[in-house]
Design a protein around this ligand. Structure first.
Ligand code: FES
Length: 368
């Protein structure tokens, strides 16, 4: 076995040729020759056999004895097949192959036994024996590879994927458009005024403001002065009661019957017009309606035929003489006369008192 391991390919080939020629090779036993031939055939089959025949043999191919026995059954042995194949190859390669050199046993013959035949045979024969250059290999690889874009230009356009955006109803979009259309354009801001114009505007504003304040002040002062003037004028013109004229006509004397006290002039003139008998003389006279006690206005009591003061109870007769109460003296008389038109005219500017003896004056009565 040691000798078989050391056999080189050249020796194996020589042995095969010798076997073909009918002479056994020197130093190579037939069995060993068959085994080596089988191993060589396995190696050669590994490289030349078609892919279908190079399926990995589950059984190790390093049992040449069994194959040789199979060849003895009628079919040519592996060694014979290999030898025949080699002879054919040698016949073709003789012309082109260089001359065989002397066998260099040492480097060329890595013993085939170092590599287990089974391992060698078990390798799948996927690689074809035909030598190819890089270009052909790349072409084959490209042909077998999945077609794909080489560049972006070769790439097919991607389908556009549109985002699923829910469409807004037209009722919502329309107001937005209308609102956008209805928005007025922004007014263009005027250009910034220059310094002089700005100063002028500022000065005008200040003048207007100061003028307004001054106008308001003068207006208030004028109003105050007017009110003061009115107060001063009122001071120079005090309240004055509008009194009736001191002289007034009360009518014809026939309008005053005997014994009658006319009270209709009390409210307006403060006068009673009386037609009464005084000391045996029928007279018409005008009595003053002021109580001689403290100035109250007495009332004429027709039933009692007297003047009664409501304040302190003083009583006066029809001719005006006091007879009860605190009144100290009789009532006073006004001057009376016949006017030009025949009417009686009373003059309140003059009074006549009985205690002074003035009632005897004919200016304070009219005889009827
Ligand atoms: Fe007439 Fe005193 S005022 S009684």
């Amino acid at each position: 076995m040691a000798d078989k391991k050391k056999m080189s390919v050249a020796e194996i080939m020589a042995a095969a040729r010798a076997q073909k020629a009918g002479t056994p090779s020197q130093g190579v036993p037939p069995a060993a020759d068959a085994e080596s031939t089988a191993a060589d055939a396995a190696t050669t089959q590994d490289s030349t056999a078609p892919e279908s025949a190079a399926k990995p043999d589950p059984k190790p191919a390093a049992k040449p004895g069994a194959k040789a026995a199979t060849g003895a059954g009628g079919r040519p042995s592996v060694a014979e097949i290999m030898a025949l194949a080699r002879s054919k190859a040698a016949a073709g390669a003789t012309e082109s192959a260089p001359k065989p050199t002397a066998p260099k046993a040492a480097p060329a013959a890595k013993p085939a036994v170092e590599k287990p035949a089974a391992k060698t045979a078990a390798k799948p024969a996927t690689k074809p024996a035909v030598a190819r250059d890089t270009a052909s290999i790349l072409a084959a690889a490209r042909a077998g590879a999945k077609p794909g874009p080489v560049s972006k230009a070769d790439a097919p356009p991607r389908p556009e994927v549109k985002k699923q955006v829910p469409e807004r109803p037209a009722a919502e979009r329309a107001p937005a458009k209308l609102a956008a259309a209805a928005v007025p354009a922004k007014p263009v801001k005027p250009a910034a005024k220059k310094g002089a114009e700005a100063d002028e505007d500022r000065r005008g504003f200040l003048e207007i403001a100061l003028g307004s304040f001054m106008a308001m002040g003068f207006t208030a002062l004028s109003v105050t002065g007017g009110l003061f003037s009115l107060g001063l004028a009122r001071y120079f013109f005090p309240n004055v009661l509008a009194e009736p004229p001191s002289r007034f006509k009360v009518g014809f004397k026939e309008g005053f019957p005997v014994g009658k006290v006319e009270t209709k002039f009390v409210a307006q003139y403060g006068v009673w017009v009386v037609n009464s008998d005084v000391g045996g003389q029928q007279q018409v006279y005008a009595l003053k309606t002021v109580c001689t006690h403290l100035g109250c206005t007495p009332n004429w009591l027709e039933a009692e035929q007297k003047f009664k003061c409501p304040c302190h109870g003083s009583g006066f007769y029809k001719d005006g003489v006091n007879f009860e109460g605190p009144a100290p003296r009789p009532l006073e008389r006004y001057a009376i006369r016949l006017s030009d038109d025949g009417q009686l005219e009373v003059d309140k500017s003059r009074t006549f008192q009985e205690e002074l003896g003035q009632w005897a004056d004919p200016e304070c009565f009219i005889t009827v």
